[in-house]
Ligand binder design. Structure first.
Ligand code: GLN
Length: 486
């Protein structure tokens, strides 16, 4: 049996019952990586030695009869945006191509505390700016379902590696859709948590007022287990709130009879693919059969969200990217230039890719005197309206069911030359980000052998309800069990 194909829960049960060892699962993951990652190109850095040492350590614990955590000895894929002590962390940017952090992001530290095995660091759009992983400073990642297509982004490496069974679960980040869109394109489950639910300490910042971190899993049940360990207040991230963390694994067992599911009419737009519409309406029907009540709702400011996001995000990017100056870490043109300003200019001109530069320029412009009120302030006002839309809607419904992206995975190169086309892919994921609420994506269809996901949005900090709806849906469907033919 290829152990890399197991879910997290299956892996845990097998380890606990001594059916196989952590070393065996870990080795099978690396076998898969060596076999297919030449084509998929998900990994930037492998942690083979470190992973094998950790796996042996966990096996020893199991042998000696110690009780183990549900995450112990199980291999995880980590987006290269999370700092990992002693292991290269690039943010898929040339400007950090040789950066080895001296510390772990809190999310990584929490998993390490549970004895997780880190397989390596995977590709993404540079500093998470993008929706296809083509904006990586190194190479694009390919979708395992069709190697000529994008895996989505920015967490495309995480979704691609997981769907190709090059790991058991994966960490990602989501600012405007970066977990949800790749999950949909690669046929995995993935959660964007509420703003403030999981610590972002040690994760490279893109848009600090929107950045969230979350996980991809082969099942929603797996995500419920992982999230329990990642969520909660962290003194090192003042945006995390001290809201109790639910027992997700228990909560998801409850059925969804009487659950009120909202279907927003603004999310059915012209130009969206039939397969996407079918997946959402099919899921609505299924949820209804399971006892949920599907209700039509309105989210009237949806069409303004993309425009507001693409002001707010660049504004914050222009400030967050200022720290990369070629002096403290990473790529530097220090040796070639004597003058400090020349070092800055040369390092940044050669270290950042086109999309990062585009956002720095847009953000700097939008924040400058005379334009601030016209752009940034307006965008923030729209953000409030979008949030109020959701507040209103959640007075009547428990979850909101929507599409994830207007189309299934598109071809590499198809949109990269046209930033506007690329930004419009985010129309269904950005509103929830602006509102700070949570969203779960689960596979819900196949169109020409390409996966199509659906999005279940929940109130802020109500991860338990979207996880419950997603898990109950997976109990009666098998879209999440489909795998690409590699
Ligand atoms: N595609 C969006 C962007 O380019 C979202 C990215 C993200 O969530 N990190 O900004």
């Amino acid at each position: 049996m290829e152990l890399n194909k197991l879910t997290l829960i299956e892996s845990f049960e097998g380890l606990r019952d001594k059916k196989f060892s952590s070393l065996e699962i870990t080795k099978d993951c690396f076998k898969q990586i060596k076999k297919f990652d030449d084509k998929v190109k998900a990994y930037i850095t492998l942690n083979e030695d470190g992973a094998l040492v950790k796996a042996k350590e966990v096996d020893k614990k199991i042998k000696s009869g110690e009780s183990i955590s549900p995450l112990a000895g199980i291999p995880v894929i980590v987006k290269d945006l999370f700092c990992t002590a002693g292991l290269k962390t690039t943010g898929a940017s040339k400007i950090l191509e040789n950066y080895i952090p001296p510390f772990d992001a809190t999310a990584v530290a929490k998993l390490k505390n549970e004895d997780a095995v880190i397989l390596g660091k995977v590709n993404c759009d540079e500093f998470a700016m993008g929706g296809s992983t083509e904006n990586s400073g190194f190479f694009p990642t390919h979708n395992p379902w069709d190697l000529e297509r994008v895996p989505g982004g920015s967490s495309g490496g995480s979704a691609a590696a997981l769907s190709a069974d090059m790991g058991i679960y994966a960490l990602g980040t989501d600012t405007g859709g970066s977990i949800r869109e790749p999950a949909s394109f690669c046929g995995t489950s993935g959660i964007k948590v509420s703003y403030g639910r999981v610590s972002r300490y040690g994760v490279l910042a893109m848009t600090s007022s929107l950045d969230t971190i979350g996980t991809f899993g082969k099942t929603v049940e797996d995500i419920a287990v992982i999230l329990k360990y990642m969520a909660g207040r962290d003194e090192k991230d003042s945006t995390t709130l001290d809201v109790p963390v639910d027992n997700y694994s228990e909560e998801i067992k409850k059925d969804i009879k009487g659950l009120k599911v909202g279907l927003p009419k603004e999310y059915f737009v012209d130009g969206m693919d039939e397969s996407v519409r079918d997946a959402v309406l099919g899921a609505a029907k299924k949820l209804e059969e399971m006892g949920a009540e599907v209700i039509d709702i309105n989210l009237p400011h949806t069409d303004l969200a993309v425009a507001a996001y693409y002001i707010i995000c660049p504004c914050e990017v222009s400030s967050n990217m200022a720290r990369f100056d070629g002096i403290k870490y990473g790529f530097s043109q220090r040796d070639k230039n004597k003058d400090l300003l020349d070092i800055y200019l040369d390092s940044r001109a050669n270290g950042f890719g086109a999309e990062v530069k585009r956002r720095i320029m847009i953000g700097t412009y939008a924040l400058s005197a005379g334009y601030y009120d016209a752009y940034y302030k307006k965008a923030m006002q729209i953000r409030t309206l979008v949030r109020q839309d959701f507040d209103e809607a959640f007075k009547d419904v428990d979850v909101i069911l929507t599409p994830v992206a207007p189309t299934p995975a598109y071809k590499l190169g198809e949109k990269i030359g046209d930033p506007l086309k690329m930004y419009l892919e985010d129309v269904f994921t950005i509103p929830a980000s602006l509102a700070g609420i949570c969203g779960l994506v689960v596979p819900a269809g196949l169109a020409n052998n390409l996966p199509v996901g659906i999005q279940l949005l929940g109130k802020r900090f109500d991860e338990k309800t979207v996880l419950r709806a997603g898990h109950q849906y997976q109990l009666v469907t098998d879209w999440h069990k489909q795998r690409p033919k590699l």
